[in-house]
Ligand binder design. Structure first.
Ligand SMILES: *[C@@H]1O[C@H](CO)[C@@H](O)[C@H](O)[C@H]1NC(C)=O
Ligand SMILES: *[C@@H]1O[C@H](CO)[C@@H](O)[C@H](O)[C@H]1NC(C)=O
Ligand SMILES: *[C@@H]1O[C@H](CO)[C@@H](O)[C@H](O)[C@H]1NC(C)=O
Ligand SMILES: *[C@@H]1O[C@H](CO)[C@@H](O)[C@H](O)[C@H]1NC(C)=O
Length: 534
């Protein structure tokens, strides 16, 4: 028997042991198959798509990239927020109308709506108490029949009706009428910047100012110069706006500072990156996703074999529409406007994964693609980066056996620790809302796939002792090819918009952009806008 003093000496060690035991158990909470290496996500699985949608809320960059929204989510516009409304007369609307979160967008409209360059009125409203809104993700303020307003159609008309794309006045009236019983004040969409379809200009807001301002451009608008883009002779420039997206690759466009809409283009940049527009405070724990297989199974066959750019809600079954609307209405009942019971900040949970992995994966891919190097040093460089990611999960007990160099089964504990790292706690929670359970699944599924690939790559490196030993050129070639395939496959599956960027990065007087309205063709490549010397 140990005496009392001895016990206290040992206490820290005992506590550490107890902690270790818990940690050991925790590693095996998730029910992971022993054939972990082969657990490829099903082609119809939507974990990566839901992950992307949730992570992108409410950022402009990814929303302009994948225009066809798949998420509807309640939120709050906090007190003190300014909303702008430009018009050709000094009247304050008494019916639902459009407002912008940025003045640049409104002044654009005040010019368009005024009969000459003398009648431009900028109405500024200030939010007096938090406003309840419903947010449509994607490029939802782009009025095209190609999918950007499908989710609005589901709520507005009860089915997707591309032929009603131009029925904006009816749309706003119907949406507001529908939202009345839930106390919804407006609907937020991404135009060039964010806009709010405001149901009642005097409910929860007051007039902050109504100014008669100068129209910042002349009428009629000058035709765009046809010599602006030297490198793309076939490019057609739409009359009143900017540019057509390049088929691929990046290019430069010089913009005169007095260009119509120039201010709006510059404004569009503000909310591109995380955390997006922080004035739109979304209730992640109440989101409804059309990628949710449990409520929208009918879209699986519609999406099958389609690139994500083509995904839309068109083709959804009537039964699924009924389910989605009922679910949405259930999320909007009075008591659900409070904070989530779980207390989890979902946006941060998703951001953390992207933050942790995006730069590292990008760098490994860059090295694997750019270096035509078949030396052991090159392999070692990649291996050390893999080990950097695996480090927190590189448990002592997992070491290669004397088996074949292709056997990676010994790395299972590493994979398990990695695959459950960010989600172990939330996996045990039983008080999650249905939306939270959906997000949890997306986090787990995405994190698991990242870990499956990087653990396998790392284990290959350990098996070949890349760190300390010279491999023969055959092995180096095989590993290089395998790693390249692995990382390309993973990054294609993840498809994070943070990886779409101008390379090299823009300088201070340039702006990296994805095509803005009214371009009908979405693009996967970023272009570069620069100030012209005029
Ligand atoms: C968008 O929809 C219109 C009308 O249905 C169609 O003519 C056009 O080809 C579509 N564009 C794309 C890029 O799919
Ligand atoms: C622009 O195009 C028109 C018609 O193609 C041509 O007549 C004109 O000279 C061009 N302007 C410039 C500056 O190249
Ligand atoms: C775009 O990429 C395709 C395939 O990669 C290529 O065939 C085509 O020439 C490229 N177009 C331009 C304008 O660079
Ligand atoms: C995916 O969905 C398509 C279309 O519904 C179906 O034909 C296919 O069998 C599904 N694949 C898997 C792996 O479930």
């Amino acid at each position: 028997m140990i005496n009392r003093n001895r016990f206290f000496e040992l206490l820290p060690a005992l506590l550490a042991l107890a902690w270790l035991t818990t940690a050991q158990t925790a590693q095996f909470v998730a029910d992971l198959d022993s054939q972990w290496v082969d657990l490829v996500p099903s082609s119809n699985d939507t974990a990566n798509l839901i992950f992307n949608s949730v992570y992108s809320l409410p950022m402009s960059w990814p929303s302009r990239r994948y225009r066809n929204g798949h998420t509807i989510i309640p939120g709050i516009i906090p007190a003190g927020t300014l909303l702008y409304h430009g018009r050709g007369d000094p009247h304050i609307p008494v019916t639902p109308e459009w407002t912008a979160l940025d003045s640049e967008l409104s002044t654009l409209y005040c010019g368009i709506l005024s009969p000459d360059d003398k009648e431009c009125w900028l109405l500024t409203l200030v939010v007096e108490r938090p406003l309840r809104v419903l947010y449509f993700d994607g490029y939802s303020g782009l009025k095209l029949p190609n999918g950007t307003i499908d989710t609005q159609d589901v709520i507005t008309w009860g089915r997707v009706m591309p032929e009603k794309v131009s029925e904006e006045p009816l749309r706003i009236a119907k949406l507001c009428r529908w939202g009345e019983r839930f106390g919804i004040n407006g609907f937020v969409r991404l135009h060039t910047t964010h806009e709010m379809m405001l149901c009642d200009f005097s409910n929860g807001l007051k007039v902050d100012s109504l100014l008669h301002i100068k129209v910042p451009y002349n009428f009629p608008l000058p035709p765009p110069p046809n010599d602006t883009v030297d490198s793309l002779p076939h490019m057609k420039v739409p009359y009143n706006f900017l540019l057509r997206p390049p088929p691929n690759g990046t290019y430069t466009w010089n913009l005169p500072l007095d260009l119509f809409g120039m201010g709006e283009i510059l404004a569009s940049k503000r909310t591109d990156e995380y955390p997006g527009d922080t004035r739109i405070q979304l209730h992640f724990h109440r989101l409804v996703s059309f990628y949710d297989l449990s409520i929208v199974p009918s879209l699986v066959s519609q999406r099958f074999g389609q690139h994500r750019l083509q995904h839309r809600v068109l083709g959804i079954s009537q039964a699924d529409i009924v389910t989605v609307k009922a679910r949405m209405e259930d999320e909007l009942v009075e008591e659900k406007w409070a904070n989530p019971v779980s207390g989890i900040d979902w946006s941060s949970m998703f951001h953390r994964i992207v933050q942790y992995y995006s730069g590292r994966l990008e760098l490994i891919q860059l090295d694997l693609n750019s270096e035509d190097d078949s030396s052991n040093d090159f392999l070692r460089k990649i291996f050390l980066q893999l080990r950097g990611m695996i480090q927190p999960y590189d448990v002592f007990s997992a070491r290669p056996t004397d088996g074949s160099v292709d056997d990676t089964s010994w790395a299972k504990p590493v994979y398990e620790a990695c695959a459950t790292a960010h989600t172990r706690f939330i996996s045990t929670l039983t008080n999650l809302t249905p939306s939270e359970r959906l997000m949890r699944g997306a986090l787990e599924g995405t994190n698991r796939e990242i870990c499956r690939i990087i653990t396998r790559m790392w284990a290959d490196g350990v098996n070949h002792n890349v760190e300390d030993q010279q491999c023969d050129s055959d092995t180096i070639g095989r590993l290089h090819a395998q790693w390249k395939q692995d990382i390309d496959g993973l990054m294609t599956w993840l498809d994070w918009s943070i990886w779409i960027k101008c390379k090299p990065a823009c300088s201070l007087d340039e702006m990296c952009f994805l095509p803005i309205a009214p371009y009908t063709v979405p693009a996967q490549t970023a272009g570069r806008l620069g100030r012209s010397s005029q």
